[in-house]
Design a protein around this ligand. Structure first.
Ligand code: TYD
Ligand code: MG
Length: 449
């Protein structure tokens, strides 16, 4: 009998009986993939009621116990440790360090829990070599190189682990589904099977997922809906710092990040990211400005570098790495109009050192000052930190959590903090750092450059 198939969009999950070049729902191109319709609904939970509705106070929250991974940076991203029975998806580019970090946390987790590490990517020997480099000695870790989900299920039944690591979702296959590994239906089925195992037996599961070129975990968005927590491991392969970020977390905030550094013996936690991001900063070089951005509850100082140079071609080139390009384009237009610097006919490049990404508008003033510094070819004093949003008329606008940011700058030994005027009225006194309010970008540029 011919198998019935349907085409599913890998971006939004839209279904269509026929193949289409462009998804009618989300409008993305080349995202429709063929998927076999499985005979019985396999994913999801059973419909039979197992428990009756409860009042909030009747619900026992003590079974949401948290377990430390032994790495405080990892715990922070999870929202204070691993919740028992939770399902965590760890996404990231190939080679970024997903397998490494998951193997590393086994050492500490292995003190209290039995762990099963299922790898569809590496042989037991490869994993052993890696474990030796990482100095993993725990007796409670078992390695299983297998891609067939039926065997994996059997192994789980036999080993009864407390924690399972599956590396990676793209390599696993459920033989009942007649499509190749990595296919949408396979990914969904594998995830659903593991989810059931996690919830039925109160086992915590880490599932590794590789990320496609355009940054989404391969497979439909539906994968993110199914799991409890989605962590992304990011940072350039060439760069030393790796950032673990929660993009979804049913058990904590999604603003937290963990910073790591890849060394020859594995990933090392960077407890003080400000210090790391600022190391190696050249003195007295034009085009550099420090700003302070909030990553969740944690202030992080980052160095913004700008390079402004005459345009060789008709249109000036603008590029950013770290900040949003559109934001920088807007700031360039504001500078042109409101500060008297004729910067719009120049090429401009803006980079955040260390592969760090900035999404907060509080770094606007830092971006403006670094651009102006490069444009005028005058260095800012190296003891300056600039914090503030910039509006379209060139005015500085208030930012949240300013005191935490200034304290971080003070702690890191900076001497001057430039802040929006509007924030200066209700601000506690700082002794170790001069806090200088500015009303607009013209003020700031003329005063400090
Ligand atoms: P890996 O964890 O295999 O990445 P992923 O599972 O996300 O694909 O990381 C592999 C990279 O990390 C590889 O390029 C080698 C490097 N590495 C180190 O620099 N030091 C180490 O101790 C280990 C284990 C890996
Ligand atoms: Mg790997």
């Amino acid at each position: 009998m011919k198998q019935k198939t349907v085409f599913v969009c890998t971006e939004c999950g839209n279904k269509s009986p026929k193949w289409m070049g462009k998804c009618t729902m989300c409008g993305k191109w080349n995202t429709m993939e063929e998927e076999v319709i499985s005979p019985a609904p396999s994913g999801g939970f059973s419909l039979a009621p197992t428990e009756s509705p409860k009042k909030i106070k009747e619900i026992d929250e003590t079974n949401e116990s948290r377990q430390s991974t032994g790495m405080s940076e990892f715990d922070r991203v999870l929202g204070g440790g691993l919740v028992k029975g939770s399902f965590v998806l760890v996404g990231g580019d190939p080679g970024i360090g997903k397998s490494t970090i998951l193997l590393q946390i086994c050492e500490f987790l292995g003190k209290t829990s039995k762990i099963l590490y299922v790898s569809g990517e590496e042989s037991p020997t490869q994993i052993k070599l890696r474990a030796e480099r990482l100095k993993i000695k725990t007796e409670n870790l078992k390695i299983y190189s297998e891609t067939n989900m039926n065997y994996v299920k059997n192994a789980i039944a036999a080993e009864k682990p407390d924690i399972i690591i599956v590396d990676s979702v793209q390599t696993m296959v459920s033989p009942e589904i007649g499509s190749s590994p990595g296919n949408v239906s396979q990914i969904k089925e594998v995830t659903a099977t593991l989810m059931r195992i996690a919830k039925d037996n109160n086992i915590s599961i880490f599932l590794v997922g590789h990320v496609t070129k355009d940054g989404a975990i391969a497979g439909p968005k539906i994968l993110e809906h199914m799991v409890d927590t989605v962590l992304y491991f990011e940072g350039d392969n060439q760069q030393v710092y790796r950032i673990l970020r929660a993009v979804k977390n049913r058990f904590g905030s999604t603003n937290e990040i963990g910073v790591f550094e890849m060394e020859s013996s594995g990933l090392r936690q960077v407890a003080n990211p400000s210090e790391a991001l600022l190391s190696g900063r050249p003195d007295d070089s034009p085009g550099s400005c420090i700003t302070c951005t909030m990553e969740g509850t944690r202030p992080v100082l980052a160095e913004i570098q700008a390079l402004v140079s005459p345009t060789n071609f008709g249109n000036p080139r603008r590029m950013t790495q770290g900040p949003d390009l559109n934001r920088v384009l807007m700031l360039l237009a504001v500078m042109e109009k409101q500060s008297g610097l004729h910067i719009s006919s120049y090429d401009s490049y803006v980079n955040i050192v260390g592969g760090f990404k900035i999404s907060e508008t509080a770094s606007d003033l830092g971006i403006v000052l670094s651009l102006a510094s490069s444009f005028r070819n005058r260095a800012l004093d190296s003891g300056i930190v600039a914090i503030g949003e910039v509006g379209l008329t060139g005015e500085t606008r208030s930012v949240s959590l300013l005191e935490a940011r200034i304290s971080e700058a003070e702690k890191m030994g900076f001497k001057t903090c430039i802040i929006p005027y509007i924030n200066s009225k209700r601000l506690k006194k700082f002794n170790g750092i001069d806090v200088i309010p500015v009303r607009n970008i013209r003020d700031a540029i003329n005063k400090f450059l």
